[in-house]
Design a protein around this ligand. Structure first.
Ligand code: ZN
Length: 190
């Protein structure tokens, strides 16, 4: 057998093994952090601060910003550049990049809202798993390095490039609007 054929066969074997082991999928899990960095807002305005300031009760403004929930110290917003449908961000209302700088009430609210995200994603999105985590600082891959935020990314088995079909729509911006409509009631007091 010619040398180059053996090489090709070996490469194909490795590629199959990688696929079987799900290595390609595991690599994809970490793609959103880079995607956010590439596609993130380039202007100087901080959209998390904007979400922190928008008036209570202005549902149209909340929807425009994809803001889902807020209390005195922290907020929950949909990621405009999601990896999967339902990719949420939790942020303190105060503009800070320092996790240790959060006060006790801010820390409590930050964690409570993260817990709430996981609860709502389970109920509304019927997720089967969730990636929850933070990238602190540019060196760690933070897209918005100046304003601390937690990611909550719902996952389904075999969900590489998964986008749930909502109202028969696959287009991301439209789906974000529809997803906001689906999720917003779940964050209102029951
Ligand atoms: Zn900010």
């Amino acid at each position: 057998m010619p040398k180059h054929t053996r090489k090709t066969q070996r490469a194909a074997k490795i590629s199959t093994k990688k696929k079987r082991d799900g290595l390609h999928r595991r690599a994809a899990v970490f793609a959103p952090w880079r995607l956010e960095f590439v596609l993130g807002p380039k202007d100087s305005a901080c959209f998390l601060c904007e979400a922190a300031r928008v008036p209570d009760g202005d549902e149209a403004a909340w929807k425009k910003l994809l803001l889902l929930h807020r209390d005195e110290h922290a907020l929950i917003i949909m990621n405009r550049y999601p990896y999967t449908g339902g990719h949420l961000l939790v942020a303190p209302r105060r503009h800070t990049h320092e996790l240790p700088a959060l006060s006790e009430p801010e820390s409590q609210s930050f964690w409570e809202q993260t817990r709430l995200c996981v609860d709502v994603l389970g109920r509304v999105m019927k997720m089967q798993g969730c990636n929850v985590g933070m990238n602190l600082g540019k060196a760690a891959g933070a897209g918005i390095a100046d304003h601390l935020h937690m990611h909550a990314i719902p996952r389904w088995v075999g969900d590489t490039n998964f986008w749930p079909v909502i109202g028969g729509v696959h287009t991301v911006p439209v789906a974000l609007d529809k997803l906001w409509d689906e999720m917003r009631p779940a964050f209102l007091p029951r």
